[in-house]
Design a protein around this ligand. Structure first.
Ligand SMILES: Nc1ncnc2c1ncn2[C@@H]1O[C@H](COP(=O)(O)OP(=O)(O)OP(=O)(O)O)[C@@H](O)[C@H]1O
Ligand SMILES: Cc1ncc(C[n+]2csc(CCOP(=O)(O)O)c2C)c(N)n1
Ligand SMILES: [Mg+2]
Length: 347
C-alpha cells in the first residue's frame, strides 16, 4: 500500500516504520527539519507554539487553501502500477497553492499544513512529503515562502490541506477585469501535460508494473505531480493584465469562469491551439492520444490564463491563444465549447 518509492508495488522490502509507531512530536520534528522554516522578516514566530506570529506587511495579503485527498486527487496505487509517493503529494500540494497565490498577482510568504494520515502511513512518507514540498518551493522560486505551522491527525483516507498566504505588491489580479478587444494569453508549460500524465497513470499496462513503461511514459507521468506554475508572471501581469486566473480544471472550464466573472466571451484561436498541441505531441509522443481534448479540457496544469489590452507586448514566456469578445462562454472556430467538460469533483 505504501512503498518507499514511486514505482512497482509488492516488492519484498522490510515493512517500513509507520506513523502509528512514531509520535506526533517526532513527526513535527521531522517536518521542521526538512521544510522551509528558517527565520524571515514576515515571521516573528513559526512552528512550535499554539499558533504562529506573523508581522503585518505594509501591502495587502492574499489567502488560499487547497486539499489533496487520496482517491479523489491522487491514487495510492494507480492502475498502471505506479505508487504515489509522499514526495509527489508534497510537491503538488505546494505548487498548486503557489499557483493560486501567483494568479492573484501576489508572492507567497507563509503556509500552514494539515496532514491527516492513516495509521499505516510510513514515517518515510511524511519525510518524502516535506522534501517534495521544499523541492517545489525551491524549483519554482518561492524564495520567501515559510511553513509556519500546521496540524497532524489520523484518518482512513489520506488527506493533505495546505493554506497559503502571500503579499500583494500591486493591484490584485482578478477574474473579473477582462474587456472585449483584449488578447487572451497563457503563461507556463504546454497545456494538456497533466491530463496526458493522468491518462498514463490511470491506464493498465500489459505488464501491470511501472517498470514496463518506456522512458518517455515515465517522464511524461511526472507532469501530474510536478506542475510548474510561472511564479514571476503573476506579480508582473498584475500591472498590465485585464483579468487572470490559474487553470486547474481545464482551459475551457476555467476560461468560462473568467468570461462569466468579466461579462465577456472568449474566442480561442485554432492556429494557436494547434501549435500548443504540436508542442504537447512533441513532448508526449503517442501518449497524447486524445489530441486537442488534452489541451482544451485537461486539468491540473496550473498555467496562468490572462487577458492583455491590445498592443501590450507579450511578457516573457507568454503566448497568445485567442481574444476577448463581447458575448459569453468560450468558442473555437465559431463553435461554442461545453464548459461542463472540464474537471468537477462532484459531476
Ligand atoms: N468550502 C469553501 N468555503 C468557502 N469558500 C470556498 C469553499 N470552497 C471554495 N470556496 C471559494 O470559492 C472560490 C472558487 O473556488 P475554486 O476552488 O473553484 O477556485 P480555486 O481555489 O482557484 O481552485 P483551484 O484551487 O483549483 O485553482 C474561491 O474563492 C474559494 O475560496
Ligand atoms: C484519482 C484522480 N482522479 C482524477 C484526477 C483529476 N483531477 C483531480 S482534481 C482536478 C482539478 C483540480 O482540483 P482542485 O480544483 O480541487 O484544485 C483534476 C483534473 C486526479 N488527479 N486523480
Ligand atoms: Mg485557482
Amino acid at each position: 500500500m505504501f512503498p518507499r518509492e514511486g514505482g512497482a508495488v509488492g516488492s519484498n522490502r522490510e515493512a517500513p516504520r509507520t506513523v502509528a509507531e512514531a509520535s506526533e512530536a517526532e513527526l513535527v520534528e521531522l517536518l521542521h527539519a526538512v521544510l522551509p522554516v528558517h527565520a524571515s522578516a514576515g515571521v516573528v514566530l513559526g512552528i512550535g507554539d499554539d499558533a504562529a506570529v506573523l508581522s503585518p506587511s505594509a501591502v495587502r495579503t492574499v489567502a488560499t487553501v487547497d486539499a489533496a485527498v487520496e482517491g479523489e486527487d491522487f491514487l495510492s496505487v494507480w492502475p498502471s502500477g505506479y505508487a504515489t509517493t509522499g514526495w509527489d503529494v508534497g510537491f503538488k500540494s505546494c505548487a498548486q497553492n503557489l499557483s493560486d497565490v501567483n494568479a492573484m498577482g501576489a508572492e507567497a510568504t507563509s503556509a500552514l499544513l494539515v496532514l491527516a494520515l492513516p495509521a499505516a502511513t510510513p514515517v518515510d512518507w511524511v519525510r518524502g512529503y516535506a522534501e517534495g514540498f521544499a523541492a517545489a518551493a525551491q524549483r519554482l522560486g518561492a524564495a520567501r515562502l515559510r511553513v509556519v505551522g500546521g496540524d497532524l491527525s489520523g484518518t482512513r483516507t489520506l488527506t493533505v490541506s495546505v493554506s497559503m498566504s502571500g503579499e500583494l505588491p500591486g493591484p490584485a489580479l482578478l477574474r473579473s477585469g477582462a474587456s472585449a478587444g483584449e488578447s487572451l494569453i497563457v503563461v507556463g508549460e504546454t497545456l494538456g501535460r497533466a491530463d496526458v500524465a493522468l491518462g498514463l497513470l490511470a491506464s493498465r499496462r500489459p505488464a501491470d508494473r511501472v517498470e514496463a513503461w518506456d522512458q518517455r511514459a515515465r517522464a511524461v507521468s511526472r507532469a501530474l505531480f510536478e506542475p510548474l506554475p510561472p511564479l514571476s508572471a503573476g506579480p508582473a501581469l498584475a500591472a498590465i493584465a485585464g483579468a487572470a486566473m490559474d487553470i486547474s480544471d481545464g482551459l475551457v472550464r476555467d476560461g468560462a469562469r473568467l468570461a462569466r466573472a468579466s461579462g465577456v466571451g472568449l474566442e480561442l484561436d485554432p492556429v494557436a491551439l494547434q501549435a500548443e498541441l504540436a508542442t504537447l505531441e512533441g513532448w508526449a509522443g503517442r501518449h497524447a492520444s486524445r489530441g486537442l481534448e488534452h489541451v482544451l479540457y485537461g486539468g491540473e496544469d496550473h498555467l496562468l490564463l490572462a487577458t492583455l489590452p491590445e498592443g501590450t507586448p507579450l511578457p516573457t514566456g507568454a503566448r497568445s491563444i485567442g481574444r476577448v469578445v463581447e458575448g459569453a462562454g468560450v468558442s473555437l472556430a465559431g463553435e461554442h465549447l461545453d464548459e461542463r467538460r472540464g474537471f468537477d469533483h462532484f459531476a
